[in-house]
Design a protein around this ligand. Sequence first.
Ligand SMILES: Cc1cc2nc3c(=O)[nH]c(=O)nc-3n(C[C@H](O)[C@H](O)[C@H](O)COP(=O)(O)OP(=O)(O)OC[C@H]3O[C@@H](n4cnc5c(N)ncnc54)[C@H](O)[C@@H]3O)c2cc1C
Length: 304
Amino acid sequence: MTLDPNALAEQLTRAAQTPVVENHPLSGECSFRLGGRARYFCTPETPEALRAVWLKARELALPVFILGGGSNVLFKDEGFAGVVIATKNLRQITATPAGAIRAYAGARNADMTALTLDRGLTGFEWASGLPGSVGGGVYMNARCYGHSFSDIVTSVRVFTLEGQWLTLSAPECRFAYKDSVFQHEHFIIVEVELALAPGEPAAIRTRSEHTLADRQKRGQFEFPSAGCVFKNAMAINQPAGKLIEDCGLKGLVKGGAQVYEKHANFIINSGTATTQDVTDLIGIIKTRVREKHHFELEEEIKIV
Ligand SMILES: Cc1cc2nc3c(=O)[nH]c(=O)nc-3n(C[C@H](O)[C@H](O)[C@H](O)COP(=O)(O)OP(=O)(O)OC[C@H]3O[C@@H](n4cnc5c(N)ncnc54)[C@H](O)[C@@H]3O)c2cc1C
């Protein structure tokens, strides 16, 4: 017996308490602007609805992908034959005057920055201009300008594969360089507690603006991309971009994708790229770096 796809969408919609869209284009949901369609796509608005639609998808034996801001993912051209649950409508942030923040997973880093400027809280200036959501940042342990999420996370509220609620302390998050427990075990991040501190508003604004201006100067927002494609080569203490540049790969084109001239660890979509073009470039880069540097680059972006 095959299940009626309309009945599946209805069941998912009831669980998500918000309409589940069918055959939704994923290119509009990620910063690379690439990828096929999701069989089902939804944006729950409460933690309970997020958990309910997750459990319903599992009960229906559908593959599930949790999407934050979509700034570190590469969706395949053939799309995703399951349910993409996006956290973008779970955006609530609350803050105490002392700087204790509670942010839902889908809260955008940009909204966090705005709140810190508004309330005069220090400790998040490094993330000014960092695309994506707080949940995605914690999952990736995103880092830049010498800081990372692990510096400010105090606890993370999650549910497990079976839907059990848990609160993980910072050590239980097992943060490491661009890594966390969430990349190894099935936890869905729902809410994050962060510790910032009261600071001098003008100085906070200056530092935040400086960080954003630096990203703009480096041309990070000129083309669709997912930021750095590879993790840095920590074992040999080399930035991945330098290894790639040493192989003479800057500017290399495959279809509509290109190794960015301004930063060799970025692959950009010039407007006509397919995901296949990007994965072809990834393959070429890894082969050339292996041959020249005897080092195996590891992807930072998540290929879905
Ligand atoms: C122009 C540009 C510049 C960038 N610069 C940097 C940089 O300086 N430093 C850096 O570290 N990164 C950088 N990035 C990459 C990206 O912004 C970060 O990795 C960001 O933290 C990803 O967050 P997101 O919400 O977009 O996650 P997504 O891309 O949506 O997801 C990333 C991963 O997290 C998982 N995930 C997301 N939310 C949840 C959740 N609630 N529960 C469980 N899993 C979840 C997803 O399943 C996926 O596997 C850059 C990207 C761009 C486009």
